[in-house]
Design a protein around this ligand. Structure first.
Ligand code: NAD
Length: 276
């Protein structure tokens, strides 16, 4: 694809920092937005040292004003946005149950921190819905405006496996990512007449700071949940952030010129496998 200005939210994180580096090494100008200014700036510096063009900007995907300020900085430093990657997202412990299945004895369990469905906290659930859904909507409102009247623009959202079928224990994150997939289709239709394509990645399981303690023990062995995931992943491993690069370049580039409204699993076969 021709050289673009690419804005990536959550770019200080594990997956999107890898995408930022890969896109910059393909010659694109990359704006890394993150709540964590230091993380965004540090990745931008690494990219610049390697000869790429990048800028790290503090921005909160839940505050339109913060995003508008970030857009001004992007305009001055790099120009108008051609491609937006909505990468900021995540879960909250208060929207998570302790066990995958409800048991009659659970109501008698007084262990500190033990959470059944009945203990789920509306604020934790709201946090997760806001971060994933509103955190995709607001940056799209702010940066898609740059794309109006231009050619070759697109938006890439980050959904998840649990948008197809919810994972146990994380109803809020599952519902929020289902909303992101649904919104991807809505936006694709809405912007179809002005040539802005909108697609999503649905990453399978990637070992990151968010899920490391859920999937691995302190000695590096897999937890029972980690083992279940690997057992359900036909390719038999977790994804590496680099596994997302090819699909990202394809969806954002001219090779996908007639592709809009799709959610592409990058999951080692997880979503194709019935388990039998
Ligand atoms: P990560 O925690 O490493 O990165 C997320 C980044 O988002 C962090 O740098 C964080 O500071 C930033 N962020 C959080 N709240 C923000 C806000 N309000 N405004 C701006 N930035 C904010 O996570 P990751 O694993 O790299 O995940 C990236 C995306 O991929 C997320 O949307 C996540 O839900 C999704 N995802 C991850 C996996 C996985 O296995 N890791 C699987 C499927 C989907």
């Amino acid at each position: 694809m021709s050289k673009k200005v690419i804005v990536i939210t959550g770019a200080g994180g594990v997956l999107c920092s890898t995408l930022a580096k890969a896109l910059a090494s393909s010659g694109h100008k990359v704006a890394l937005l993150d709540l964590k200014k230091d993380a965004a700036e540090q990745i931008a510096q690494v990219i610049s040292k390697d000869g790429g063009t990048a800028i790290g900007i503090e921005a909160n995907v839940l505050q339109k004003e913060s995003l508008q300020k970030a857009r001004e900085i992007v305009h001055k430093a790099l120009g108008k946005c051609d491609i937006l990657i909505n990468g900021a997202g995540g879960n909250h412990p208060l929207g998570t149950t302790s066990n995958p299945f409800f048991d009659n004895d659970d109501l008698k369990n007084t262990t500190e921190g033990f959470k059944t469905f009945f203990d789920l906290d509306a604020e934790g659930i709201q946090f997760t819905f806001n971060l994933n859904f509103i955190g995709t909507l607001l940056p799209t409102q702010v940066f898609a405006e740059d794309m109006i009247g231009k050619e070759g623009c697109s938006i890439l959202n980050i959904s998840s496996m649990n948008a197809f079928t919810p994972l146990t224990k994380i109803p809020a994150y599952s519902g929020a990512k289902a909303a992101v997939s649904n919104f991807t289709q809505w936006l694709a239709v809405h912007f179809s007449k002005v040539g802005i394509r909108v697609n999503a990645l649905a990453p399978g399981f990637f070992l990151t700071e968010q899920n490391r303690t859920l999937l691995t023990e302190s000695n590096g062995d897999l937890t029972p949940r980690g083992n279940t995931i690997i057992g359900q992943t036909p390719m038999g491993r977790f994804g590496e952030p680099e596994d997302l690069v090819g699909t990202t370049l394809w969806l954002c580039g001219t090779g996908a010129s007639f592709v809009t409204g799709v959610v592409v699993p990058v999951d080692g076969g997880f979503s194709a496998f019935s388990g039998v």
